[in-house]
Design a protein around this ligand. Structure first.
Ligand code: FE2
Ligand code: FE2
Length: 274
């Protein structure tokens, strides 16, 4: 176990997030960030059909003829549902709370809460609401497995899912910016919101890797491309938005933190390389 890495990560979390308030689900610095977002709201001039969005949000496979912009918004909303489901479950079962739980776990749980909110803000640019819809069956089982596995084995499993998550957020950020390039402020806001998630997820990958033995890290690396493919299959919109070959090639390459961190405004922290 890379303790130096974890201690470094702890310091990094305090620097990045400020004080953590579990009861009120608040991280001091995040609240400042959201305050600045709310003070300068960005609205897209594109008209997005809310009824089509809501109807497709509840569908496994989007209706034929749904355009790429709508697919991007649906993918954003669906990732939001999976995040919310996992975070809610972990929180309900007190997975990250107690005197015997290291302090970084509270930070990580609260960061995941903010991911739901960050994704909801992407939808808000287009006047779309935040809804609660359970993710599809396979995703629910996947999330439950991750939450209820015994802690010792959970790190390689959750770590692999965090790695796959990084790729999904990285890809969706790029696609969102391309699709809304005609509105530079909107594209910049998509970049900003998705980047905040990506910065956190890179940290989560490093934390899980640091909690693994070298053999467990090897399993984590093996699981990651498989979980990435599962995410893309389960969120059909991601499969439709990305080029299959390209996505698979990206997942099959060694996990490249420098590439994922390129252009981010805030430093990322990797307690250990997976
Ligand atoms: Fe997350
Ligand atoms: Fe995460």
């Amino acid at each position: 176990m890379n303790t130096t890495g974890i201690i470094g990560y702890r310091d990094y979390l305090v620097r990045r997030d400020g004080d953590a308030d579990l009861l009120n689900r608040r991280l001091a610095s995040r609240e400042d960030f959201f305050g600045s977002l709310e003070a300068n709201p960005i609205r897209s001039a594109h008209s997005v059909d809310r009824t089509t969005f809501e109807r497709n949000l509840r569908r496994r496979r989007p209706e034929p003829g749904v355009d790429r912009r709508m697919l991007f918004l649906l993918a954003t909303a669906k990732l939001n549902q999976a995040e919310r489901f996992g975070v809610g479950l972990g929180e309900t079962y007190g997975r990250n709370s107690g005197d015997d739980v290291p302090p970084e776990r509270v930070y990580m749980e609260l960061e995941e809460h903010y991911h739901t909110r960050l994704l909801a803000y992407v939808l808000d640019i287009f006047g779309l609401p935040f809804h609660v819809v359970a993710p599809p069956f396979v995703m629910r089982q996947f999330v439950k497995t991750a939450v209820f596995l015994p802690e010792r084995v959970s790190f390689m499993f959750v770590g692999a899912a965090e790695m796959a998550g990084c790729i999904m957020f990285y890809e969706l950020r790029r696609i969102g910016m391309e699709l809304f390039a005609d509105e530079p402020e909107v594209a910049a806001q998509i970049e900003r919101l998705y980047s905040e998630i990506l910065i956190d997820e890179v940290g989560h990958v490093g934390y899980c890797a640091a909690r693994c033995t070298p053999a467990e890290r090897a399993i984590m690396r093996r699981l990651y491309p498989r979980i990435g493919r599962l995410f893309a299959r389960q969120t059909m919109e991601i499969s439709l938005l990305t080029d299959r070959e390209q996505l698979h090639a990206l997942l099959d390459r060694p996990f490249d933190v420098d590439e994922l961190s390129a252009g981010l405004s805030t430093e990322t922290f990797l307690a250990a390389h997976p």
